[in-house]
Design a protein around this ligand. Structure first.
Ligand SMILES: C[S@@+](CC[C@H](N)C(=O)[O-])C[C@H]1O[C@@H](n2cnc3c(N)ncnc32)[C@H](O)[C@@H]1O
Length: 278
C-alpha cells in the first residue's frame, strides 16, 4: 500500500508485528492491521508524531522509552477473563490439590501463581476457593501471585473492583462473604474484601523473559489462555521455565485449548489441561 501519513502501511505493520511477536510472543496476523492502526492512533498524538511511519521508526529505533513499549503492548493484548472460568480447575483444586497440601504440608504457605492473570478474576477465584476449602479446618497461610504483560490490566487487578454483572457466576453465599458493594448506584460495582486482597500481589512479568523473578516453590501454577498466542517452540520454553518455579509434585493448569502433548517437559498429565511436576 502507498505510504500515507494517516494509515499504517503493510510494511510498517509487518515490522511492528514482528517486533511484538519476537519480544512479547503476541501474534498479530495482517487481519489485525486495522485494529492496530486504530489502537495506535492516540499514541501518535500523545507522542506528537504525524505519521505511523514515524511511530514505527521510534519503536524500532532501540531508543524508544520502556513506558511507550508498555503502552503499546497494553493496546494489543487480549485480556478476556472471568470469575470461575473453566471451573473444572477449581473443582480439582478442592478435590485433590488442597486436600493433598492440607494433609502433607499445611505448616507451609500454600503458594499459587496466576501467570497471565489479566484483570485478576482468576486470582480472586483462587482466593475464594482456598477460603471455602479452609472453612471449618485448621487455618493455613496462602499467597497468590498474579502477573501479566499489561500494566493497565495489572492496575485493574490490584484495585479489585468489578462491575456487578461480572460477578453473576459467583454463588450468592460466596458473594456475601467475599464481595463488598460499591456506593455508586448508577454504576454498580463490587470490590473483593480486604482479607482476600491482602493474600494477593500483582506485578508485571513477560513470559518471554529468559528467567522469571518469582519464588521457586509454587504449589500450583495457572497458565491459562496465553500459550495459544505463542508458537510451539516458545510454548515449550515457557512451560519449562514455569516448571522451574514449581515444587516437585506441584500442579500446572493450562487453558482449555492448550496442551503440552509431545513437549519435552517434566510433567505428567493428570486430567485434560491439568499436569503434575515429576
Ligand atoms: C486471554 S487472557 C487470559 C486470562 C486468564 N488467564 C484466563 O484464562 O481467564 C491472556 C492474558 O495474557 C497476557 N499476556 C499476553 N502475552 C503475555 C506475555 N508475553 N507475558 C505475560 N502475559 C501475557 C495478556 O495481557 C492477557 O491479560
Amino acid at each position: 500500500m502507498e505510504e500515507n501519513k494517516t494509515s499504517l502501511s503493510d510494511t510498517d505493520f509487518n515490522k511492528l508485528a514482528s517486533f511484538i511477536y519476537t519480544n512479547y510472543g503476541i501474534k498479530l496476523p495482517i487481519t489485525k492491521k486495522i485494529m492496530l492502526e486504530s489502537r495506535l492512533r492516540p499514541r501518535l498524538r500523545i507522542n506528537n508524531m504525524e505519521s505511523y511511519r514515524e511511530y514505527c521508526q521510534y519503536v524500532l529505533s532501540g531508543k524508544c522509552s520502556e513506558s511507550e513499549i508498555v503502552n503499546m503492548i497494553d493496546l494489543v493484548s487480549t485480556n478476556k477473563t472471568d470469575f470461575y472460568r473453566e471451573s473444572a480447575h477449581f473443582d480439582f483444586m478442592l478435590d485433590v490439590v488442597l486436600p493433598e497440601y492440607y494433609e502433607n504440608n499445611s505448616e507451609k504457605t500454600f503458594k499459587v501463581w496466576s501467570s497471565a492473570s489479566s484483570s485478576g478474576e482468576e486470582s480472586y477465584t483462587i482466593a475464594i476457593v482456598i477460603s471455602e476449602f479452609m472453612e471449618g479446618k485448621r487455618p493455613f497461610d496462602f499467597h497468590i501471585l498474579g502477573t501479566d504483560i499489561s500494566t493497565r490490566i495489572i492496575e485493574k487487578a490490584s484495585l479489585a473492583v468489578y462491575p456487578l454483572d461480572r460477578v453473576d457466576v459467583i454463588p450468592l453465599a460466596q458473594k456475601k462473604k467475599y464481595l463488598l458493594r460499591g456506593k455508586d448506584l448508577e454504576n454498580p460495582t463490587v470490590r473483593i474484601v480486604p482479607e482476600l486482597r491482602s493474600k494477593t500481589l500483582f506485578k508485571r512479568l513477560n513470559l518471554m523473559d529468559n528467567s522469571y523473578d518469582v519464588p521457586k516453590d509454587f504449589d500450583l501454577i495457572f497458565c491459562r489462555n496465553v500459550l495459544i498466542y505463542f508458537d510451539r517452540e516458545t510454548q515449550e520454553n515457557v512451560i519449562n521455565k514455569l516448571c522451574n518455579q514449581l515444587k516437585k509434585g506441584g500442579y500446572l493448569f493450562l487453558g482449555h485449548s492448550e496442551s503440552i502433548s509431545g513437549y519435552d517437559v517434566p510433567l505428567k498429565q493428570i486430567k485434560p489441561t491439568m499436569y503434575q511436576k515429576i
